[in-house]
Design a protein around this ligand. Sequence first.
Ligand code: NAD
Length: 477
Amino acid sequence: MQLNYIANAFVPSSSGKTIAMIDPSDGQVFEDIQRSNAHDIDTAVVAAQDCFELVWRRISAAERGRLLMKLATKVAAHADELALIEQRDCGKPVKQAKADAAALARYFEFYAGACDKLMGETIPYLDGYSVMTWREPHGVTGHIIPWNYPMQIFGRSVGGALAAGNVCVVKPAEDACLSLLRVAELAAEAGFPAGAVNIVTGYGHEVGDALARHPGIDHISFTGSPSVGTLIQQVAAERHCPVTLELGGKSPQIVFADADLDAAIPTIINAIVQNAGQTCSAGSRLLVEQAVYEPLLERLGKAFESLQVGPAAMDLDVGPLIRQSQQQRVWDFLSDAQVANIPMVAQGQIVDAAPDTGFYQAPTLLRDVPPQHRLAQEEVFGPVLCAMSFKSEDHAVELANSTRFGLVTGIWTRDGARQFRMAKRVKAGQVFINNYGAGGGVELPFGGVKSSGYGREKGFEALYGFTTLKTLAVRHG
Ligand code: NAD
């Protein structure tokens, strides 16, 4: 049984209750975690507050950097172990799980180097004054994390918060949290003081809600669904607690007739099948200029048919979805497509070795999806690519901006002027020209507009969100 991690020790929840963890590859229970409650959150917040007041706020920025670097080294040394945990917990194919562990180490490495480079300014002002700004940590930051990329999202969120001088209370998703409990233990081994990194597991409506409401939480970083993001924002508003919201997306991949299709095709596919489509920035809408719509769909159809789906340990193109309800969600979208006579171009194959009790879904390519249909408007969060054609640049922009989301846009064209015109007109937090995701570099600020959320994580930019600015004006005559 897995316990919470508070003040550098594994402790049970005061509830005495647990939640069963299910392996998505076979649908079987393999572990229990704590079903924590508001009391456990309070214990973690008090531990974090003590750590901040007594130890952490006195530690120099350079020393924080050294600790983060030691943690990066530890994570890298335990990458295979962490990847194996994530593989079982989330159903991630081996390569993806290893990539996530490597990204976690890289986040800590990046933020290790950033700690002592976060500076304020001096401001020219009236004669007789000296004015400066200080970037100060919020204090105790709360982190609510989803199940799709536990390690990566922990790395970008907790890594940034620690680098900026905060201490953290983390509520991972109830479906996938085991890797993070191990990372917290590694943080203690790396020398982080008790209370700097605390993990409390449990259900969102219980322990997540308690975290968001706790008066000792000075900033909330939430990554998850738009509907829960709304709840978090409302709860935080009651005490004017600052919030960063990293929510969903319905991101377009836009292909013009002059695009290099050979380069585009594997990227288009990866952008929707990676992590079985359970990626906030999945390129789930494919907008194609009319002249290449048919040839591109033909080639993509063949590629989709060759995609193989199976247990995480088999390390195929696609693993299982996280849980049965997620599988049902994808099935519901696909049956809506049938009802609306949306044509299916192709599907991948679920291998025979995949247990019937696992949560598998073959990657699916749909075409001529009406732009206002819910398949083109809502997150499926599964490996379903919705294609539609456009007539002109204006039409492409109109379609790209036609959802409530604005997270990522990919644009494929060889026309340099059009690249910039399009990049300026699409509503998104990140725009990729002739690529999609740029390899997910930790250096690249990430976040959305509209219902994709606000605030930025990743990159140096995140550190501004994890600090508050104090202005000091000294009158010396
Ligand atoms: P979710 O919103 O259901 O859960 C996310 C986290 O919030 C979990 O830890 C959950 O326990 C917690 N939670 C649920 N209800 C809560 C409540 N009432 N109060 C406080 N916490 C609560 O989302 P999910 O299904 O785990 O993840 C999928 C969603 O996350 C998708 O919409 C996806 O696009 C989004 N996502 C966004 C990003 C991004 O960076 N923009 C990254 C990954 C996932």
